[in-house]
Design a protein around this ligand. Structure first.
Ligand code: PMP
Length: 394
């Protein structure tokens, strides 16, 4: 049987995520990988997990393993209400919904909002997983110009003025892939533009708690609460395997997200949600977060220092105050594919930046570097090798 013939037209539009392919190569033994985007396993609070797992079973008994509300486990939504208030997002527990990771929301947003051909505005470059989530619903992507401070407001204004944009998707803080953060004044400006055009912004914020320096910034949602769906996750501050994402969305959007989630998975795992509820309500996040930061901060500093020492003239890179990524860019004619092949041949991996653009041909001379998965010494030697391969390709 030719099973390929059974695939839906929609399915045929899905491509293997290029980064998944790269990650297969880099899982080879001996490889130093700056390619991934995943938290360091040593950042997971295993002692706390042990303690809280037992507590969840004592406290909720079989309830922790039973079906639960599609909207999410109420004690977790109560704890998240306090968590979001600290970020400047007032939301009652009823106004907060849970999904299986923030990725679960990105798929649900696509399902609820995108009719084939609808325009969806995304940063150039943007988070590849968002494109994987939206693409099966067959949107037409509109690219938004970015600079060192994230999306350029004048370009957002231009795109929204053209009309017909279903929603705008942004990662305003320590963006994946660039590490860039939209400064305060620009956040206000973007909120104003979104409100003036009566548009919907999906604000994806997995990284803002991973801040190593500088002052926290309010989410764009805090300036335009009625026009922004804020999406958060515990993947980077607890553990991604629990699959806990949360959102505060305008009422109508929220109600439809719940309706589609019923068809997707009924609800997110009850045990995971109960564990996350204990983590937040017991003050464990405040206690454990400094430990996570103390793992990543020196890794980021090691990468920044190594870039200054080893990257050839003509290379530029971002200097984020947090998150998991640094973005580097060479002169236009730099052949990053050649750098990638040379580096992998020397057991060093990264992700060429072109994969994060919706328009083919963009970002050919860019690269995403992750610093959460390797130790400081490894980061230094990986950056040295990359510097040498870049110099060869220049
Ligand atoms: N959004 C962004 C910008 C991400 O970088 C990631 C994780 N790599 C996600 C969403 C998905 O995270 P999760 O589903 O684990 O919450």
């Amino acid at each position: 049987m030719r099973f390929e013939n059974l695939l839906a037209a929609r399915t045929l539009k899905m491509h293997d995520n290029a980064i998944r392919e790269i990650l297969k190569v880099v899982s080879r033994p001996g490889m130093i990988s700056l390619a991934g985007g995943i938290p360091a396993p040593e950042s997971f609070p295993m002692g706390i997990m042990d303690e809280l797992s037992a507590r969840v079973i004592r406290k909720y008994g079989s309830g922790a393993f039973q079906y639960d509300l599609t909207e999410g486990f109420m004690p977790l939504r109560e704890a998240l209400s306090g968590h979001l208030a600290k970020k400047g997002i007032p939301a009652s527990p009823e106004e907060i919904i849970i999904a299986s990771g923030s990725q679960g929301f990105l798929d649900a947003v696509g399902k609820v909002l995108i009719t084939p051909g609808d325009r969806v505005a995304v940063e150039a470059p943007t988070y590849l997983g968002a494109l994987s989530a939206f693409t099966p619903y067959e949107p037409e992507y509109v690219r938004l110009d970015t600079d060192e401070d994230g999306v350029v407001p004048a370009d957002l204004e231009r795109v929204l003025a053209c009309g017909g944009v279903k929603f705008v998707y942004l990662v305003p803080t320590f963006q994946n892939p660039t590490g860039r953060t939209i400064p305060l004044a620009r956040r206000r400006e973007i909120a104003g533009i979104i409100q003036r055009h009566d548009a919907l912004l999906v604000e994806d914020d997995p990284y803002s708690d991973l801040r190593y320096r500088g002052e926290p910034l309010p989410p764009i949602k805090s300036f335009a609460p009625e026009h922004v769906m804020y999406v958060g996750t515990l993947s980077k501050v607890l553990a991604p395997g629990l699959r806990i994402g949360f959102a505060a969305a305008p009422r109508v959007i929220r109600e439809w997200l719940v309706r589609v989630k019923q068809g997707t998975d009924l609800h997110t795992g009850t045990f995971s949600q109960a564990l996350a509820a204990e983590y937040l309500s017991g003050g464990y996040l405040e206690r454990h977060l400094p430990e996570i930061l103390s793992i990543y901060r020196p890794r980021q500093e090691a990468m920044t220092a190594a870039l200054a020492d080893y990257f050839p003239r003509g290379m530029r890179w971002s200097r984020p105050e947090g998150g998991m990524f640094i973005w580097a860019e060479g002169p236009e004619d730099l052949d990053m594919e050649k750098v990638y092949k040379g580096a992998v041949g020397r057991n060093t991996a990264f992700v060429p930046g072109k994969y994060f653009y919706v328009d083919k041909g963009e970002g050919e001379a860019t690269m995403r570097l992750n610093y959460t998965m390797a130790g400081e010494a490894e980061i230094r030697s990986a950056v040295r090798i990359l510097g040498e391969e870049i110099a060869k390709a220049m």
